[in-house]
Write a protein that binds this ligand. Structure first.
Ligand SMILES: NC(=O)c1ccc[n+]([C@@H]2O[C@H](COP(=O)([O-])OP(=O)(O)OC[C@H]3O[C@@H](n4cnc5c(N)ncnc54)[C@H](OP(=O)(O)O)[C@@H]3O)[C@@H](O)[C@H]2O)c1
Length: 187
């Protein structure tokens, strides 16, 4: 497993990410981008796969016929020791224990894929590497938001604008600056 994990998220112009435990939009180009990014690894031939870590509510928000997410190890965070997950899906009582568990397996990249509660912890974690952010240039009615992060993240790249369903979006890649985070007055 690589040293650091990455974060993948899509948000609207208010940093909204969800509504009633679902995505507020439907963007097939972003779904494909998410699937390709989180599934692809050059180490497949060595028997390695990527892993996705998600909160219990995000797991439950995935339609049953689409979960577990294919060709990736799926790890669900829950504090409930009796929470049942299907065979082949992993469960962990904390982000650190999840990372520790995955580090012992045939894993290449690890992606934290939400939701807000898990992003909040991941965005302040010393093992956080890159943040892949799809920015949708519109406002949706949301009840769940990505925490503010820009002060501690440096923009590395920005894709061209994509258009689907009258929505413009782009993918920005940021890198976490942990020393800056540590030295900030808020910590
Ligand atoms: N736009 C996007 O890219 C995106 C991506 C993902 C999700 N979402 C949206 O985000 C919303 C869900 O986010 P959310 O914040 O409500 O829920 P969430 O983060 O998906 O899940 C929260 C749950 O995860 C478990 N959990 C969280 N931190 C944990 C930890 N450190 N250790 C152990 N368990 C932990 C707890 O489960 P227990 O209560 O079982 O203990 C907690 O109730 C939905 O609307 C979803 O559609 C959007």
């Amino acid at each position: 497993m690589r040293d650091k994990f990455d974060i993948v998220v899509a948000c609207d112009s208010n940093r909204g990410i969800g509504k009633q435990n679902a995505l507020p939009w439907r963007l097939s180009t972003d779904m494909k981008y998410f699937r390709d990014l989180t599934s692809s690894t050059p180490l497949l031939t060595e028997g390695k796969r990527n892993a996705v870590i998600m909160g219990r509510k995000t797991w439950e928000s995935i339609p049953p016929n689409f979960r577990p997410l294919k060709e990736r190890y799926n790890l669900v965070l829950t504090r409930n020791p009796n929470y049942s997950v299907p065979q082949g899906v992993f469960r962990s009582p904390s982000l650190d224990e999840a990372l520790e568990f995955l580090s012992g397996g045939p894993v290449d990249r690890v992606f934290v894929i939400g939701g807000a509660e898990v992003y909040k912890q991941a965005l302040a974690h010393d093992k956080c590497g890159l943040l892949y952010l799809t920015e949708i240039r519109a406002q949706f009615d949301c009840d769940t938001f990505l925490p503010e992060f820009r002060g501690f993240f440096q923009l590395l790249s920005c894709s061209e604008v994509m258009q689907e369903n009258d929505l413009n979006s782009c993918v920005k890649v940021y890198e976490f600056n942990y020393p800056e985070y540590l030295s900030s007055a808020e910590v």
